[in-house]
Ligand binder design. Structure first.
Ligand code: MTE
Ligand code: MO
Length: 434
């Protein structure tokens, strides 16, 4: 295995980075991580990707997968999940978007969605340590930080959303008639909070990150993740390219002015603004810093796009989220006719900021501009509102369509991928006027 030499400048361009990493993965030049080779082979074959298997992984191996019991209803989540605010989906809890109408710009913990691969661990903040290690640190020397150490560093407070890459996944099926795998989220696998913590870049520099480090691999302290078919993929961990790690990533220990609660990563989590939620590692315990590209199941078999629109080996690993809008209204809400209604919702973009939101109250025939009620900011959502005075009784559909400052507008149809990531189409929200 050879250490990659990156051409100058390549790692400052996300798209170029992705293409390069994908080529390296396919060429088998990157390190294979700790996943059992036969398991990976089987998972790739199941995804129709056997041909994408790097030669380095094709060797036979041991270890028979074992079966696990199916999860009960959100067994591993600590905080209360009242039915008016949350819908339980396996080990996860989706925020009911309608319940956000009673919240402000920031999502309180009482309403913030939870996405757990396994269960929320309870970690003693007094003994917790963050360990940085790997050949990407000067002299290969490891370095640990306590919570007190992190709190002594300059603090950053910023608002940002955390959104699951699969948010909106269920609309591939319900709106486009396409089958997808994964948690059947509607639009509530997102929340925005004020995060406070240390800059990951400060910690990496204190730990002595080398100029030729290319990837870091943060890993959670939650239990190992075993897939439905019994394959143990180990602890949740997803490589993050060094340029992003040195840019705007936080090691957050506060959420909305209070210590991070257990379900959202206490005592410390990563917050990776604009990127797929899986990048924002909760309960982070160690970070490998590497001079070679790193891989884990979370940037190879998961969080890449597979399907007819993509090459057989899939897209590059996902980085940024996309563009979406949602009404703060129950599905199939009933609204009285000949009454003035204030319709509210939120829109968000991961590439620019929201420039405008258009709303249709007649299933997409006519559109008018909604009023934005927040100053649009990067990596965050804006609240919007519009008046509606329905006259005709009966069923109709409400649509909201956002446009961001890069000129991107939500399309009518999202491009299908087998795992249902990055749904960006306008959602048709059914209501009945009575
Ligand atoms: N250690 C660890 N980090 C994790 C996860 C996890 O299961 N374990 N889930 C990820 C995913 S897929 C998402 S979408 C976000 C969800 O963050 P939240 O539960 O605070 O809303 O956390 C990410 N970080
Ligand atoms: Mo996620």
């Amino acid at each position: 295995m050879t250490t990659q030499t990156e051409p100058p400048g390549i790692l400052t361009d996300e798209a170029a980075y992705d293409r390069r990493r994908l080529r390296q993965w396919l060429a088998g030049r990157a390190r294979a991580d700790t996943v059992d080779r036969r398991d990976l082979l089987r998972l790739l074959a199941a995804a129709g990707l056997a041909t994408a298997l790097p030669p380095a992984l094709a060797a036979p191996a041991h270890a028979a997968p074992r079966a696990t019991a199916p999860a009960a209803a959100a067994p591993g989540i600590v905080k209360p999940l009242p039915a008016d605010r949350f819908t339980i989906r396996g080990t996860n809890a989706e925020t009911n978007f309608a319940a956000l109408a009673e919240t402000g710009h920031s999502t309180p913990v009482s309403h913030f969605f939870v996405r757990n691969h396994t269960s929320t661990p309870l970690i003693d903040p007094a003994t917790w340590e963050l360990r940085l290690w790997g050949d990407g640190l000067a002299g290969g020397k490891e370095r640990t930080f306590t919570l007190a150490d992190l709190k002594r560093l300059p603090t950053v407070t910023r608002s940002a959303f955390v959104e699951c890459a699969g948010n909106g996944r269920s609309f591939y099926a319900s709106q486009q008639g396409q089958s997808v795998e994964g948690t059947a989220w509607t639009l509530g696998a997102i929340g925005s909070a004020r995060w406070r913590g240390a800059r990951l870049s400060d910690v990496l520099r204190l730990a002595g990150i080398r100029r030729d480090a290319v990837d870091i691999l943060p890993r959670g302290l939650d239990p190992e993740y075993v897939t439905a078919d019994g394959t143990n993929l180990g602890r949740v961990r997803r490589p993050l390219p060094v340029p992003k790690a040195l840019d705007d990533v936080l090691l957050a220990y506060e959420m909305n002015g209070a210590p991070l609660p257990p379900d959202h990563g206490a005592p410390v989590r990563l917050v990776v603004p604009s990127w797929v939620g899986i990048a924002s590692t909760k309960w982070v315990g160690d970070i490998e810093v590497s001079r070679e590209p790193l891989f884990s199941p979370w940037n190879t078999i998961f969080y890449r796009l597979f399907g007819a629109a993509y090459p057989p080996e899939g897209s590059a690993p996902l980085t940024r989220q996309t563009l979406k809008s949602a009404f703060e209204l129950p599905w199939n809400a009933t609204l009285p006719a000949r009454t003035g209604h204030r319709l509210t919702g939120r829109s968000w973009s991961a590439t620019g900021t929201i420039a405008r939101v258009d709303v249709s109250t007649d299933a997409g025939r006519t559109w008018h501009r909604a009023q934005l009620n927040d100053t649009p900011r990067r990596a965050d959502w804006v609240r919007w509102s519009t008046r509606w005075h329905p006259t005709a009784k009966g069923p109709t559909e409400l649509l909201a369509r956002a446009t961001d400052t890069t000129g991107h507008t939500q399309p009518a149809t999202a491009v299908h991928n087998t795992q249902g990531y990055l749904f960006d189409a306008v959602v048709r929200h059914p209501v009945t006027v009575v």
